[in-house]
Design a protein around this ligand. Structure first.
Ligand SMILES: C[S@@+](CC[C@H](N)C(=O)[O-])C[C@H]1O[C@@H](n2cnc3c(N)ncnc32)[C@H](O)[C@@H]1O
Length: 435
């Protein structure tokens, strides 16, 4: 039977079908076997709101696992380390008194944040319990193993400089089969952290002080730090940000780590015969496309499509929405894939730009028919990482604010009388001036 060459949208656009891409993506990602229970039971955008969720049914998603694999630990350590560097880069070194992690899953990140001394008290919330059985003593041992990854990282850095043909099979295995916390951020996110990621110690036990099993909209308390690691996708941005702002103390910090809906492949691992599949088709056309080409996957992929915030925010939308709720960005990072390949999405936007820029250009033209605000820069990042500070919109800067901003060091002069210190001072001046 002759294969279709194009998919025709209801407004008459003809999108070419790329079977080479389809075969490749199917091989890399694989077709879903059924509807993921997470999307079906615990995603409020799929169930029609957090109140419409069946909490009894959602209990099946709970877990009594005490120990996760080292790879699973490393996969949570790398975003926590990134969060730590963003905080420090933003000049935030003091520890918070209270924190809440929204949609915590196994609650490893909040435990790590506590163990790093970033917060004194740590609360986490999820609709179902995957977190309470985690063996916290084991986490410390597991953290120690990050050092082993550091040794492997050094080997990987040497091997990667060789052409593939010159590598031994052992070298290939070391390079491609071991996902250290540093590599797991570099390849998909193009972010190469410092090697400190392997050596950063935990200052105390990775202990979760409080786990709330329930709906975040029912929480009626305030926190100094609120984090959402890969969970904002599961909410409606405006509702979530309004709630976060309500729960945040004045001057408090909200950390948003969210997948970029507009990247060539979407969270939910949906793929088809062309890039930007979900982004460039209306919901009706997407359904028709699935029924035509993926009758066995239609139900699963419709749910995966729906779990994401239906307003499909860009970074600008997240920032605008947060400011509407009195939370202002103080640090942001939207990394672009470190390669054209992705295990999750098969081909990244960067990959398409390097292999076939026209595929991105025509997708963008399609997208702009319903979302004229979208630009190339919106399509590139895989994730967004933003720190927001809550400030009352009516606040006026005072004289004391400016003095605090300048800090005491501007008016501070070091004039030692001790001869040794005098010598050290002049050496330091020489070092600084280079003379
Ligand atoms: C992708 S998981 C994030 C897992 C975790 N943060 C991690 O990085 O391993 C998103 C989580 O958000 C939770 N969630 C969704 N709606 C929620 C709500 N209204 N209140 C609390 N948690 C919610 C889901 O149950 C799910 O576990």
């Amino acid at each position: 039977m002759k294969k279709d060459e194009v998919f025709t949208t209801s407004d008459g656009r003809k999108i070419p079908l790329n079977y080479d891409f389809y075969d490749y993506a199917k091989d890399v990602i694989g077709l879903p076997k059924g509807v993921s229970q997470d999307f079906e039971l615990a995603a409020s955008n799929t169930t029609g709101g957090a109140d419409a969720m069946d909490y009894e049914k959602a209990k099946v998603l709970g877990s009594s696992k005490a120990r996760l694999s080292n790879a699973a630990y490393a996969a949570r350590w790398s975003p926590t380390y990134l969060f730590k560097t963003l905080l420090e880069g933003a000049g935030i070194h003091q520890s918070f008194k209270t924190m809440l992690d929204i949609g915590c899953g196994y609650a490893l990140q909040p435990r790590m944040i506590k163990a790093l001394g970033i917060t004194e008290h740590c609360t986490a919330i999820d609709l179902y319990d995957r977190a309470s059985m985690i063996d916290e003593d084991y986490l410390r041992r597991q953290h120690g193993r990050m050092r082993w990854y550091g040794l492997i990282d050094k080997l990987q850095e040497r091997i990667i400089r060789k052409p593939f043909e010159k590598m031994s099979n052992l070298e290939r295995a070391i390079l491609y089969k071991i996902n250290t916390p540093r590599r797991s951020m570099r390849t998909p996110r193009g972010y190469l952290s410092s090697r400190e990621i392997f050596r950063t110690p935990l200052k105390q036990k990775a202990h979760l002080d409080e786990l709330i099993i329930g709906n975040v909209y029912d929480v009626d308390r305030r926190f100094e730090l609120i984090t959402a690691f890969s969970s904002a996708e599961w909410f409606k941005m405006d509702e979530l940000f309004a709630k976060v702002s309500d729960m945040l103390e004045d001057g408090g910090v909200f950390y948003l780590f969210v997948a970029n809906y507009w990247h060539a492949g979407t969270a939910g691992r949906i793929f088809g015969h062309f890039p930007f599949l979900t982004q460039r088709l209306s919901k009706e056309d997407f359904k028709r496309y699935l029924e035509q080409y993926f009758p066995d996957q239609t139900e699963a992929w419709e749910k995966a499509y729906e779990f994401f915030d239906p307003t499909h925010p860009t970074l600008h939308d997240y920032v605008d929405c947060a400011t509407k709720h009195g939370m202002y960005p103080i640090s942001q990072f939207s990394p672009v894939a470190g390669s054209g390949f992705s295990h999750k999405y098969a081909v990244t936007t960067r990959g398409w730009l390097e292999m076939e820029p026209h595929a991105v250009e025509s997708a963008l033209a399609d997208i702009r028919k319903t979302r004229p605000d979208i630009r190339y820069s919106d399509l590139l990042p895989l994730t967004h990482h933003v720190l927001f500070r809550k400030v009352s919109p009516d606040r006026k800067a005072t004289k004391a604010d400016f003095a605090k901003l300048k800090g005491p060091f501007h008016d501070f002069h070091y004039r030692p009388t001790n001869p040794v210190m005098k010598k050290l001072r002049s050496l330091a001046i020489k070092l600084n001036s280079g003379k």
